[in-house]
Each structure stands twice: as structure tokens, then as C-alpha cells.
Design a protein around this ligand. Structure first.
Ligand SMILES: Nc1nc2c(ncn2[C@@H]2O[C@H](COP(=O)(O)OP(=O)(O)O)[C@@H](O)[C@H]2O)c(=O)[nH]1
Ligand SMILES: *[C@@H]1O[C@H](CO)[C@@H](O)[C@H](O)[C@H]1NC(C)=O
Ligand SMILES: *[C@@H]1O[C@H](CO)[C@@H](O)[C@H](O)[C@H]1NC(C)=O
Ligand SMILES: [Mg+2]
Length: 435
């Protein structure tokens, strides 16, 4: 009797486990199928593998978005031969995100529309990856680094070598031989294998290594920024970029602000967003709302690029000229400036209306610094005219958003000059490419 009961219990547990695994695998297949409608045969034939990545801890939000595009296109390339799913690295502990609360383990769905990402490649959140594995494990880690002694000439190459970073990027082996790391704040996670991989090449160049030199179900490549864009600014770049649609809840907040303060609606401004796979605007079709938007990069940029950035007064002077030229009255300011600096900037205007988005505590707690940055970018992307800050990736991402919406490049690829160089070089026009 007893043994029968025990057996039944074990059987029952086993069934529950099985159910869970089946459910998780289904989730993955969904993630997989939505991304690759025509390639489901691979999913049936070969076990799905997972690619994880991260970016050097010092890098900001918008360079991280750029690295996503490189890795996404690598995953797309891998899927021509094998089914790989990209595991999205949770957001957190960014240098610029230091408002009071700790901001870690933020899933991508807080910032981006996952269905849109999945129309480019199969992706899942890190937490879902952990669920699928049922164990907090990553099979293999290849910590990307340069080659010893730097480089004298460009040549695509990779090699497993000693770690150049004496801390091995914070990876250390415990007594059981498991590799431990901060792992995005999931410190229960461990890796089975760790090595440093010296790398010089485009992202696609790592494909044979992943296919033939790794065998684990999951492979994690920290420092993925070591891999360059396969073709910067070309079709693939823009496909990945177009798939990075901001989360609807953030777009909605931006749209509400536009309607309320800036007399700006998509119908009026010709900026209606469509399914990115079908959207194809011509330059100049988007009109934009009746306001000038600027990206006024301050804080750490003031140290590094002092001469290329305008003073607050200089920026105000430039904006006044723009208002006159385009016969407008409103200005939207996307900025990381502290309150006092923003107030000073505002004080230089008499007639014009100056706006900045300030989140309520509730909105901030939900969407954090990353969400607020996106709301700023979204509002700035819808202005009649945009001007940004010298070589800021924050400005670059706004320019791309405007390319997707269909603005005239003349109204997009602009930057404010330093006070001493009124005639500064303007940004390269990286215009959108579809084919
Ligand atoms: N909300 C908001 N945040 C900004 C703005 N400009 C800079 N930041 C913050 O500062 C960070 C800048 O880092 P990054 O994204 O790497 O852009 P970059 O350093 O200008 O190339 C952003 O991610 C934001 O957290 C802005 O206009 N609005
Ligand atoms: C990958 O595997 C191939 C074939 O086994 C081998 O020749 C090559 O050295 C390996 N590459 C690395 C970086 O380990
Ligand atoms: C790879 O690195 C090892 C030692 O770190 C070295 O002996 C070998 O020559 C390197 N191979 C290539 C192809 O650079
Ligand atoms: Mg930065």
C-alpha cells in the first residue's frame, strides 16, 4: 500500500515536471515561430540553442541599443543554418541611471515591444530562459576581449587566450568548479565553462565558432561590443533598428504629452506608426508637430566634450533663431540636465514656450530612467525640426526614429555647435535603407 502511494506520488510529480517542460518549450517555440515563420522545420529538426550577451558595464543605454542590433543580426545569420534564440540581457546598474532606487533586473518589455523584435529574430527575456532551463545555468561563457598588445592592422581573427583583464570580468570559479558572476543581479546563476576569447571582427565572423566550437545549449558572450556591425547603416542594420519599436505604454505617455502641450497628433503631423515590416515612408512625408526639439546633453558630456557643446545661453540663442526660421513658438527639451540648468536655459526665453517631460513618481517607479529617456526620445522624434548634441548616441537614436517616421533629413541630422565654433560640422546623414 505504502509503496503504491509513494509510486503514485512520484509519478504525479513526474507528470507535473513534464507538463512544465512541455509548456516552457512551447513558449520557446512560439518565440521562435513568430520570428521565423518560414524556418520552423529547423525547430523540429534541431534543438534550439540560446545566445546570451552583455555589453561593457561602462556603456550607456543607447550604445547598448546599438550592440543589440549587431547581436540580433548575428542571430539572424545563425538561423540560416541552426535555430538560435537570443536571450535579452536584463537592464540594470547603468552608469547614468542613478536616481535613488536601485534599477536592476528590468525586462526588455518595459522599454520595447517584444512582438516587434520577434518579427526580426526569436528573442526571450532572461527570466523566461531561466524557466525553460529549470535550473539557473548557462553552459558556456566566452568573455570577449581584444588581442594582447592592441592591433597594428585590421584582420578578422579570434582565439581562445588568457584573460587580459586580471579580474576576468568578475567571473570566478567556486569550490564546486562552477563559474560565478553578478549575472544581471541573478547571482544564483552559474556557468559551467568559462574562457576569454580575443576577437577582432564583425559580428557575423563569430558564427562558425558558435556553430562548431561550442556545444552547450546556451552560450553567453559578455563584452559583445567587441563585435562590429556587419554592415553599419545598410539594409540589415535598418531592419534590426526598425524592429526596436518602443513599448506602447511609453509611446502612449509621449503621445499624450504631445497632444496636451505641443498641439501634436499623428493624424495632423503625418506620423502614424504602422507595423514596421510594412512601414515604408518617403523622406519628407512626415510633417511633425509645431515645435522644435533639442537634445541637450549635459552632465558627464560636459567634461569630455566641452568645446563641442553649447553653453545654456548659446543653446538658447541657437533655438531662438530656429523658432524664427521655422515660424514656431514651442520648444521641447530632451535633456539630462539638472533642474537648475534647465531653469537657466528657460530663463533666456521671453515669448517662446519651453517644455520638458517630468514623470510623476508613479510613472518613474514603473518605467525608471530608461523609460523616461525613451519618452524624451519619442517626443523629440515627432518635432518639426530636431537638433542634437555632438556624437551622442542618444541623439543618434532620435535621428533614426525620425528616419523611420519619414522626416526630411534636413530637419533631422543637425547638432548644436559649441559657443566658439558657430559653423561646426553637422552629423553624417545616415538615412534609412530598405533594400
Ligand atoms: N531622460 C533623458 N535622459 C538622458 C538624456 N540625455 C542623456 N540622458 C541619460 O544619459 C544617458 C546617456 O547615455 P547614452 O544613452 O549612452 O547616450 P550618450 O552618452 O549621449 O551617447 C541616457 O541613457 C540617459 O539615461 C535626455 O535627453 N533625457
Ligand atoms: C574551432 O574548431 C576548429 C576545428 O576543430 C579548430 O581548428 C579551431 O582552432 C577552433 N577555434 C578555436 C578558436 O578554438
Ligand atoms: C592562439 O593563442 C595561442 C596561445 O594563447 C597561441 O599559441 C596561438 O598561436 C594563437 N593562435 C592564433 C591563430 O593566433
Ligand atoms: Mg554613452
Amino acid at each position: 500500500m505504502r509503496t503504491k502511494e509513494a509510486l503514485a506520488k512520484i509519478l504525479c510529480l513526474f507528470c507535473i515536471c513534464l507538463l512544465f517542460i512541455v509548456k516552457s518549450e512551447n513558449e520557446i517555440n512560439t518565440a521562435y515561430d513568430t520570428g521565423n515563420k518560414d524556418k520552423t522545420t529547423f525547430a523540429e529538426a534541431k534543438a534550439v540553442r540560446y545566445l546570451l550577451y552583455d555589453v561593457n558595464p561602462g556603456e550607456g543605454f543607447n550604445l547598448r541599443r546599438d550592440v543589440y542590433m549587431r547581436v540580433a543580426n548575428l542571430v539572424k545569420f545563425l538561423n540560416e543554418d541552426e535555430p538560435w534564440v537570443l536571450v535579452l540581457p536584463p537592464w540594470g546598474r547603468l552608469y547614468h541611471w542613478q536616481r535613488d532606487v536601485e534599477q536592476i533586473k528590468i525586462p526588455w518589455k518595459t522599454f520595447f515591444d517584444l512582438d516587434s523584435l520577434r518579427q526580426h529574430i526569436p528573442v526571450i527575456e532572461f527570466e523566461d530562459y531561466l524557466k525553460v532551463r529549470g535550473e539557473p545555468v548557462i553552459d558556456e561563457v566566452y568573455y570577449l576581449q581584444g588581442f594582447k598588445g592592441g592591433w597594428t592592422h585590421w584582420e578578422e581573427k579570434l582565439n581562445i587566450t588568457e584573460c587580459l583583464d586580471s579580474r576576468s570580468g568578475g567571473f570566478r570559479q567556486d569550490d564546486d568548479g562552477r563559474w560565478r558572476h553578478w549575472f544581471f543581479g541573478y547571482e544564483e546563476v552559474y556557468a559551467k565553462k568559462f574562457a576569454c576569447l580575443s576577437y577582432m571582427g564583425h559580428a557575423g565572423f563569430i558564427k562558425p565558432f558558435l556553430m562548431h566550437n561550442t556545444t552547450g545549449r546556451s552560450v553567453y558572450i559578455p563584452q559583445a561590443e567587441e563585435m562590429l556591425h556587419d554592415r553599419y547603416g545598410h539594409k540589415g542594420y535598418w531592419e534590426a533598428r526598425r524592429s526596436m519599436v518602443f513599448a506602447k505604454h511609453l509611446r502612449d505617455i509621449g503621445d499624450e504629452f504631445r497632444a496636451k502641450h505641443l498641439t501634436s497628433t499623428d493624424q495632423e503631423d503625418n506620423t502614424v506608426l504602422e507595423d514596421w515590416t510594412k512601414m515604408r515612408r518617403k523622406h519628407g512625408e512626415a510633417k511633425g508637430g509645431p515645435y522644435i526639439a533639442i537634445h541637450l546633453r549635459r552632465r558627464d558630456y560636459l567634461w569630455a566634450r566641452k568645446d563641442e557643446l553649447p553653453s545654456l545661453k548659446g543653446a538658447a540663442k541657437h533655438v531662438k533663431k530656429l523658432l524664427k526660421k521655422y515660424d514656431l513658438l514651442k520648444v521641447y527639451v530632451a535633456t539630462d540636465a539638472p533642474k537648475e540648468e534647465y531653469e537657466e536655459f528657460k530663463s533666456y526665453f521671453k515669448k517662446a514656450e519651453i517644455y520638458r517631460y517630468e514623470p510623476t513618481e508613479e510613472v518613474f517607479n514603473k518605467y525608471k530612467d530608461g523609460g523616461i529617456a525613451i519618452i524624451d526620445q519619442w517626443i523629440a522624434a515627432h518635432a518639426r525640426y530636431f537638433t542634437g548634441s555632438h556624437v551622442s548616441t542618444f541623439s543618434f537614436r532620435i535621428q533614426e526614429e525620425r528616419e523611420i517616421l519619414g522626416f526630411d533629413p534636413e530637419m533631422t541630422f543637425n547638432r548644436m555647435c559649441g559657443d566658439k565654433d558657430q559653423d561646426c560640422e553637422q552629423p553624417t546623414k545616415w538615412t534609412i535603407i530598405y533594400d
